[in-house]
Design a protein around this ligand. Structure first.
Ligand SMILES: [Zn+2]
Length: 237
């Protein structure tokens, strides 16, 4: 419901690009497929995401385990099974993680989607960039910056949407999986992005916006905004 409340239309959605398959990044996917049915979708849905490893499914496996004939939501198998007729199909593709370089994952006549592997502990993870209408928007996904790949992907983006999942002082597992505010600022500066939007806010970062902002402003001079549900961002005309 929030997707459509934002002003977007599920029938216009071309591609879903997963960063990784942690539950808070993927659990709504089945609902989005069913919502597309209610929105009268009749074009195929491209679904991109990382390949798998021994703890996470690949993107194509993720789709099949949900929707194939023996999947959790087998009653929706018409969206993957080519032998059944349905209004649209889900067309999944797993992006390889072997090289830490930018890969073009999908091209249409209106936009280009590129991905780069990022470090998120043992979880296969990608950051995404979309080049559209003469500008670029880059999404970090969940990541520490151990691979140091995000700044090159985000270079000269209009927007960098980065996950503000931990406060500066957090240590331990959270720190090994995520970027502290100082790291986000360093990447935004290296990439020379015009605007930084902090998303994936969690209980451990909510209420600490001023502290986070102060740390980021010391290193990055562009605009910094904290994302709220249903925010929309449009380039200035
Ligand atoms: Zn995660």
């Amino acid at each position: 419901m929030n997707y459509e409340k934002s002003g977007a239309n599920l029938t216009d959605l071309k591609v879903v690009a997963f960063s990784h398959f942690h539950v808070d990044h993927s659990a709504d996917f089945a609902a989005l497929v069913k919502a597309s049915y209610f929105a009268q979708r009749n074009q195929d849905l491209i679904v991109l995401g990382p390949e798998g490893n021994d703890i996470m499914p690949s993107t194509t496996e993720f789709i099949n385990r949900l929707f194939a004939r023996k999947g959790v939501f087998a009653y929706l198998s018409e969206y993957v099974d080519t032998e059944q007729s349905g209004r649209f199909k889900i067309r999944g593709k797993s992006v390889l993680l072997t090289k830490h370089i930018k890969q073009v994952a999908y091209t249409s006549n209106r936009f280009v989607l590129s991905a780069i592997p990022v470090h998120h502990g043992p979880i296969p993870a990608l950051a995404w960039r979309i080049d559209v209408a003469g500008c670029a928007i880059t999404f970090s996904g969940d990541m520490s910056n151990r691979f140091q790949t995000l700044a090159s992907l985000a270079k000269d983006s209009e927007l960098l949407i980065a996950h503000n999942a931990i406060p500066e002082t957090l240590q331990g597992v959270g720190r090994s999986l995520h970027m502290a505010p100082s790291e986000i600022a360093k990447i935004a500066r290296q990439a020379d992005v015009k605007k930084l939007i902090l998303s994936h806010r969690m209980k451990r970062t909510l209420g600490r916006e001023q502290e986070t902002l102060a740390i980021i402003k010391r290193r990055y001079k562009g605009t910094v905004l904290f994302a709220e549900d249903r925010d929309s961002f449009f380039p200035k005309k």
